[in-house]
Design a protein around this ligand. Structure first.
Ligand SMILES: Cc1ncc(COP(=O)(O)O)c(C=O)c1O
Length: 537
């Protein structure tokens, strides 16, 4: 971190103070350097914010989002500028057939049609993403556990196509899978229970649940999920993405208002759009921004007619997978109660990964699950399975049953999901995950790397900033047998490219040697200036 840069610290109570005691940034975040030294969080110095005036947090809530240093920002924009100029040059060469063109193009005989493919639309994909495409979609040949086997590929045409060499990269340390509890395994109690279940029930039901696809296993799982979440009832669906995109339209429609966090997942965004409701976006985890929208919604009602909104729904996630931040749930619940709005919480990344019982952010903050109207989550992350759920009051499930799109037109699978809850492995793995997360974050911080997110989040983004570093970092890590996920624009803001690590309970004590190897490898790469380090580290 440079002297001028500062962390944006969300410490449970919003303090309008920066390092120099100037006013806070536009997003209401506090800027502060300390990440791990922060022992206690402060009381608010001013009372011009609302939900956080009383003590809503029972323990320190420390998040760090360091501002991009000015020089790095300038160099990053320059990097994108150079890539864009070269992109235009190469497009010109392709147009004049000096360079082979691999793009989807209209055929000669279609030239009188309105073009189906807009030439400029995928400029970014063909000229920037294609240069580093080898870092994504790598085929694997094992379970995505703490270690995995990667299929080796080569490209004869600069990443437009890939060929398998037939070789396998063995035992690559997997820092990219959402395998928080380490259930991505093909041996052990859960794997055995799942295979037994597959033998008994087959691998699919070949029908929607409203017809002949409803199994006793589905109902058993629904009861178990409801118990685990501490809610009256739950419903399970075959796919997490569809759980959001198909169920939000069941709740919301014309004349309703959705207030959505700017960093919400695509499935939530799609669900909100499909619902036909009016959507307003608030700044990420920013309570002032949310409260302003809520207040305006109540005061002004619907545009033009000024009638009250039929319903107002706040859409948030538990852990944001690109930032590693945790939703400020106590404040959101306080706001939702104050303005009588509903709350939809997507726990895809937090279920199983947070809280003393592992039941997500509600558990983490020690809140009452009844304060969240719709709890949504998936089995694809912590539980190493497939599908999603919706939990809440009984009437909520009955309502979904009546709406029925996901039930009537969706063919369900059924894997034996119950085994993860019943295996008794959860407490032990939760503990391991929390230990690993703390250790992993602390080591990276001590080594001087700039990391984002909440201290308790197993998602750990490490900032790379510049576009050229995205590909180089991924490749260098793989050379050292470490599989990582690198992310850039448009998944992140343009100057905030990053590597994103996911800590798992499967990275056990016995694997700390590998961890050290991994940290060491990052250090070496760091010395090559692939990652940005604090100047005072
Ligand atoms: C926040 C969030 N919600 C929903 C989903 C969709 O879940 P699935 O991958 O199980 O379809 C994801 C997937 O990554 C997610 O991150």
């Amino acid at each position: 971190m440079t002297q001028n840069s500062a962390s944006k610290l969300l410490n449970g109570d919003t303090v309008h103070r920066t390092k120099q005691d100037k006013k806070a940034g536009g997003n209401g975040f506090v800027k502060n350097h300390c990440l791990f030294q922060q022992k206690r969080y402060r009381r608010p110095a001013e009372k011009n914010h609302h939900a956080s005036c009383t003590s809503l947090y029972k323990k320190p809530f420390v998040e760090s989002f360091e501002e991009t240093p000015l020089l790095v920002a300038v160099l990053t924009y320059m990097g994108y500028g150079i890539l864009t100029i070269f992109g235009y040059l190469r497009d010109f060469l392709r147009d004049w057939k000096f360079e082979k063109c691999h793009l989807a193009r209209e055929r000669e005989e279609q030239k009188d049609f309105v073009p189906l493919y807009q030439d400029f639309e995928n400029f970014y994909t063909r000229n920037l993403y294609m240069r580093i495409r080898d870092n994504w979609n790598r085929p694997i040949r094992s379970v995505p556990g703490a270690k995995m086997d990667l299929v080796e590929r080569v490209t004869p045409d600069y990443n437009w196509t890939f060929e398998h060499t037939g070789k396998v990269l063995k035992d690559v340390i997997n820092m990219g899978s959402y395998n928080y509890l380490g259930f991505a395994e093909n041996t052990g109690t859960c794997a055995d229970a799942a295979s037994e279940c597959a033998v008994k029930y087959g691998v699919g039901v070949c029908s929607s649940r409203q017809e002949t696809g409803n199994l006793d296993k589905h109902e058993e799982l629904e009861k178990l999920v409801a118990r685990f979440l501490g809610v009256e009832s739950s419903m399970v669906f075959g796919m997490g993405f569809a759980t959001n995109s198909m169920n939000i339209p069941a709740l919301m429609g014309k004349g309703c208002l959705i207030l959505s966090d700017e960093l919400n997942h695509a499935s939530l965004v799609l669900g909100a759009r499909l619902s036909g409701a009016t959507i307003r976006v608030f700044k990420h985890n920013n309570m002032q921004s949310l409260e302003k929208l809520l207040r305006d919604a109540i005061v002004h009602g619907q545009p033009r007619i000024h009638r009250p909104w039929k319903k107002i729904l706040i859409l948030v996630e538990g852990i944001y997978s690109m930032e590693g931040s945790i939703v400020r749930l106590p404040e959101i619940i306080a706001l939702k109660k104050k303005y009588k709005a509903y709350l939809y919480l997507d726990e895809a990344h937090s279920i199983g990964a947070l809280g003393p019982r592992g039941s997500g952010v509600v558990d983490y903050f020690g809140l009452d699950p009844c304060d969240v109207d719709i709890m949504m989550g998936t089995f694809t992350k912590s539980f190493g399975a497939a599908g999603g759920y919706i939990g809440g009051k009984k009437v909520c499930s009955q309502f979904y049953c009546q709406w029925r799109i996901t039930l009537d037109y969706y063919t369900h699978t059924h894997k034996n999901h119950t085994c993860w809850f019943e295996s008794g492995l959860l407490p032990e793995r939760l503990c391991q995950l929390s230990e690993n997360t703390t250790y992993f974050r602390r080591r990276l911080h001590e080594m001087g790397f700039i990391i984002y997110g909440n201290n308790d989040s197993p998602v750990v983004p490490l900032m790379l900033y510049m576009p050229a570093k995205i590909g180089a970092f991924g490749r260098e890590m793989l050379k050292r047998n470490i599989g990582t996920v690198v992310v850039g624009f448009p998944a992140t803001p343009i100057i905030e490219s990053r590597a994103r690590f996911c800590v798992s309970a499967a990275h056990t004590r016995e694997m700390f040697i590998s961890f050290h190897m991994f940290l060491n490898a990052i250090c070496v790469i760091g010395d090559l200036a692939l990652c940005f380090r604090r100047s005072n580290a």
